[in-house]
Design a protein around this ligand. Structure first.
Ligand code: 6PG
Length: 240
């Protein structure tokens, strides 16, 4: 499978407020899912955690013409049980699954298991189910990511050794943002995605958004995605 060449440019999409930003993100994700389904019969989407994407997830299910042929993955997960308030799976369960997407298509990271084991099991499941490019790298159709105020994305934190991992699809990390124990997709997987969508709202994210646009810097992990097709979907408060 030949990947369309990424243009290496980060596209900025600014919207008036968080609600409009969530709707724009839901529209963009639904559009990319439909494109993948018509091209390959199925879409593979990795989802962001945290708090920002909840509204976009609540809006997304109704925008999908075909809810069956989508497999849902996680950009990262906290090492907690799936019913824990900190669980990214719980966020997806309360929004996307509650909105009507089939739970059996959601590939949960087993945060309740030992981190090393959960990370390798998740990486194996990804490799088994997501069609690879000519280099053998699984190619997600959409990687939806959030952005921390420090510029982290997924659970890839500033200057963390996980930023340099090239021989694993997912790794356990100890994060500065609680809860500390997490599992994250690595940069090679995220960079290989056909579309990377970074969703950020609020004035607290403006500095990180500005640094993402300023060019690649390990101090701002989200800036290291740049050789993918990246769209930064932000509200006016988070716009540079
Ligand atoms: C996580 C996320 C993380 C998140 C950012 C932004 O598991 O915490 O994947 O990368 O997207 O920290 O979080 P908010 O949306 O809560 O600001």
């Amino acid at each position: 499978m030949v990947r369309e060449p990424a243009d290496g440019v980060i596209h900025l999409s600014v919207h008036p407020d968080p609600e409009a930003t969530a709707a724009a993100a839901a529209d963009l994700i639904a559009d990319r899912i439909a494109a993948a389904q018509s091209a390959r019969g199925i879409a593979h989407v990795s989802l962001a955690g945290g708090t920002t994407p909840r509204r976009a997830y609540e809006l997304l299910a109704a925008r999908l013409a075909d809810r069956e042929h989508v497999d849902w993955w996680f950009g990262d997960e906290r090492c907690v049980p799936p019913d824990d308030p900190e669980s990214n799976y719980r966020l997806v369960s309360e929004s996307l699954i509650a909105g009507g997407i089939p739970a059996e298509r959601v590939h949960r990271v087993h945060g309740e298991d030992a981190p090393e084991h959960a990370a390798s099991a998740y990486a194996d499941e990804l490799a088994l189910n997501v069609p690879p490019d000519t280099d053998g790298m699984p190619v997600l159709d959409v990687a939806l990511l959030g952005l921390g105020e420090d510029g982290h994305t997924a659970s890839l934190f500033p200057r963390d050794p996980s930023l340099d991992v090239t021989d694993a699809l997912a790794v356990p990390v100890v994060a500065v943002k609680p809860p500390p124990n997490r599992i994250t997709l690595t940069l090679p997987v995220l960079r290989a995605a056909r579309d990377v969508i970074v969703l950020a709202t609020g004035a607290g994210k403006r500095d990180a958004v500005t640094r993402v646009l300023a060019g690649p810097d390990p101090a701002t992990p989200a800036s290291l995605l740049a050789d993918a097709n990246v769209t930064l979907v932000v509200d006016a408060a988070a716009a540079p």
